[in-house]
Write a protein of this length. Structure first.
Length: 192
């Protein structure tokens, strides 16, 4: 069984270049993707009429992909935002609040992405489903499945956050203090 799972993961990674992980979360409001080339992101902006791009990989001015992406997004007339989230841990408070505030105030449609479009993007998409679409956690968790290229046993923090911790945007703004809590999968090295 483990062999089949590893084979499936390998096939996904090979097919990622041929079939980028792009999906609609809520038509005309939120779209998600893996890291796209400058040409691909321009096409996505045009196709979906994207007004705001949120990069969940964080600002990386020394990286070629980031510089090309910033230029492509701006040339396409969209706004660009960076939030440095991790696929392996729970979000830091400031990053989570920034994402929530962008969801509430940024011009739509929004395109969110990370490297593979699976883990950080899946978590952010699940939050959208819960907060903006008022869906159940069960439905929101469909943003974090093998079908969206999320491998739950590889990055368990994302499903754990949505399923066990997250209680909505108001709760996050008022009560999410991970440095003070004893949450599984939280990196306390950034706590003062």
């Amino acid at each position: 069984m483990r062999y089949l799972i590893l084979l499936f993961i390998f096939q996904l990674s090979v097919s990622a270049n041929l079939f980028p992980n792009k999906r609609t979360v809520q038509k005309n409001n939120l779209y998600r993707s893996a890291q796209l080339s400058a040409k691909q992101i321009k096409r996505a902006i045009k196709k979906w009429k994207i007004k705001t791009v949120i990069n969940l990989r964080g600002e990386s001015p020394n990286k070629d992909w980031w510089r090309k992406e910033v230029v492509a997004v701006r040339e396409s007339g969209a706004k660009y935002h960076n939030i440095g989230m991790s696929a392996q841990r729970l979000p830091h408070r400031k990053d989570l609040i920034k994402l929530i505030e962008l969801y509430e105030t940024a011009e739509k449609p929004i395109l969110i992405h990370c490297a593979g479009g699976a883990d950080r993007t899946g978590e952010a998409s699940a939050m959208w489903k819960l907060d903006q679409m008022k869906t159940s956690k069960k439905k929101a968790l469909k943003q974090l499945t093998i079908l969206t290229r999320h491998i739950p046993f590889r990055f368990p923090a994302k499903r754990y956050f949505i399923k066990k911790i997250y209680q909505g945007s108001d709760w996050a703004k008022e009560n999410y203090y991970p440095c003070e809590a004893n949450y599984k999968y939280y990196d306390k090295s950034n706590c003062n």
